[in-house]
Design a protein around this ligand. Structure first.
Ligand code: ZN
Length: 339
């Protein structure tokens, strides 16, 4: 159904009046993604309070859709009309069956320990930390550590509706006040944005001074996520992306075994075209390569694995100084630069 605007709205007004999913204490942090002014929130619409902007944003089933349309690949109508954005919310029965019976070729070796460390750092900094999650429509691998501590308030955002989405936003224009959160998380997100440098600038802006960032980003992974796959980072490239942050820790999060299983799967997939054949190949590949990920527990901290990783993590603090490119190539972790 494509209902057109009524009463001057640029989108059909949602009829659902349920309360916002975002915790009341977090709602005051929301800002207009276009001009950063405060928003007036009602159950169905958020209105920018700056007279010269006055942009109106829909709130759908308690989820504000705060997208800067001129800067984003998404539009407000993508959400009011429930188009598929990133996650297909109605996958075919074949895909669902395949997901259920295929052993996973993925293993995030470090995620759990890293989230535990992030949790401890957060709670030693502040008794009631606020954490923005980008790509938070579903719970990321290892994130349970944060949920187990009720003092930590999460702002779970995404560009898809999902079981945990409390805010629809685009990381290129984060609709939060400057310096308003204690941490930002981007797990398997930055490869899916058109301009990761801008997204990290936005993460820096919304973090308080010394606030924490945690990112996991792929290096050796084939195309995934349909049309929304834009970038990969080497270990050094990932460090440079976070040049305005002081490193707490970084390294391999998904290892060479997982990278090998992905390469093998996509090698086999390049032979076939029909959808049923791709399903069959995926099942065969996962059954014959799922165990390679278990080598990663042994390999993860070895320098050689750093060059062959499926993905990296970076844990850091917002800094006022910038890691220069000279420092990056000359001084950063020389023990890892042997050919
Ligand atoms: Zn505005």
């Amino acid at each position: 159904m494509n209902r057109r605007a009524t009463q001057g709205e640029p989108f059909p007004l949602p009829i659902d009046n349920r309360p916002l999913k975002l915790a009341p204490g977090m709602q005051g942090l929301l800002r207009c993604p276009v001009c950063h002014a405060r928003l007036e929130l009602s159950p169905t619409v958020a209105v920018c309070q700056r007279a010269t902007c006055a942009t109106r944003y829909p709130i759908i089933e308690g989820v504000p859709v705060l997208i800067h349309e001129a800067n984003s690949i998404f539009t407000l109508a993508d959400f009011t009309e429930r188009r598929t954005t990133f996650f297909n919310l109605a996958p075919s029965w074949r895909s669902q069956l395949l997901d259920r019976i295929s052993p996973s070729i993925n293993r995030n070796v470090k995620s759990k320990a890293n989230y535990r460390r992030l949790t401890e750092l957060l709670l030693s900094d502040s008794p009631a930390p606020r954490v923005l999650v980008l790509g938070g429509s579903v719970l990321g691998v290892g994130m349970e550590a944060l949920l187990e501590r009720p003092a930590i308030a999460l702002i779970e955002s995404d560009i898809s509706f999902g079981p945990r989405t409390a805010l629809i936003c685009d990381g290129h224009d984060i609709p939060l006040e400057d310096g308003s959160v204690d941490a930002v998380i981007a797990q398997a997100v930055l490869e899916h944005v058109v301009d990761p440098y801008r997204v990290v600038e936005e993460m820096h802006r919304v973090l308080r001074p010394g606030g924490l960032v945690y990112a996991e980003t792929p290096f050796m992974q084939q195309m995934h996520g349909g049309r929304y796959d834009f970038v990969r980072f080497s270990y050094w490239g990932h460090r440079r992306l976070f040049r305005r942050f002081a490193e707490v820790d970084s390294g391999v999060v998904c290892g060479p075994g997982m990278a090998l299983a992905w390469s093998y799967t996509y090698f086999l997939l390049s032979f076939v075209r029909a959808r049923w054949a791709r399903h069959a190949v995926r099942l065969f590949a996962s059954l014959t390569s799922f165990f390679w990920k278990y080598f990663d527990g042994f390999l993860v901290d070895r320098p050689g694995a750093l060059k062959a990783a499926s993905g990296y993590f970076f844990l850091g603090r917002r800094s006022d100084t910038i890691l220069s490119d000279h420092e990056l190539v000359r001084g950063y972790k020389p023990e890892l630069t042997e050919a």
